[in-house]
Design a protein around this ligand. Sequence first.
Ligand SMILES: [Zn+2]
Length: 334
Amino acid sequence: MKYLLLIPAFAVCACNAPKKTVTATAVNPENYANTITSQELKDHLYTFASDEFEGRDTGEEGQKKAAQYIKNYYEKEAIGSPIAEGDYFQEIPSAYFNNKYKDSENVIGFIKGKELPNEVVILTAHYDHVGKKGEEIYNGADDDGSGSVALLEIAEAFKKAVKDGYQPKRSVVFLHVTGEEKGLLGSKFYVENPIFPLANTVANLNTDMIGRIDVKHEGKEDYIYLIGSDKLSTDLHNLSEEVNKKYVQLDIDYTYNDDNDPNRFYYRSDHYNFAKHNIPIIFYFNGVHADYHKPTDTPEKINYDLLAKRTQLIFYTAWEIANRDQRIIVDKAK
Ligand SMILES: [Zn+2]
């Protein structure tokens, strides 16, 4: 290909010039949302919810394997930790569980903000589940393997933007909590021992079960339940709606956001520990199904295309919160 020789030398040299980092507002986030794929989510989840991980019971060997899996992934992707270099584990001693469970740990990844690094957006998903009973393993593919692998893919998308020179304005924290099934204990420990001051925590997006379809939505699958988005911040709710309309167009179902809904899901996953401290939250949820908390919650029952779409919605929402000029406004503090 002879004509290549006509390219001026400076054009070739430009490739090696150090990349100038700018804030991510200058780029279209679709470039990075598209790196979140159903195939990668599936590859992760078939390991994460395999029998080898023994239902990821808090403090047990399967949960440790899952913790190691998350850590190895962040190391491989060169995504840092906010604790210390190479140390991704926030240790929780057995004493904190009144010695009912063995020592356990939250696992935390971190992408530092460029202009406002002390303001953090925290994404949570619990990576523990209920373990096994006798020979029966509770794989917890949807609960909450789906949210766990979603966070890995969202972190990867943010990291790719950083590599291209687009660092988020605010910091983004990927907090994989343990002990959820024992009573939201990992997230409770985190808010009692926060790595970033709660006053600087601008929002929490919690993902717990986003890979399945409930009975109500059979045949109209492009949906997600959102809970809590307007409880503390009108601003967060509006942002979330705008982002969905612009990029993903899922049917957002607010049924469970009703204060009078008897299921009281607002109080039943890790986001609530943040909401208690007046940190605005959104809880992403697919509703319950026949395999909920049964050994039959397995990876082949997940709808991976839908999981990818829902994961992209969470990515776009986090991206907008991290990158826009104004911090999320809390107008309904309790
Ligand atoms: Zn769960």
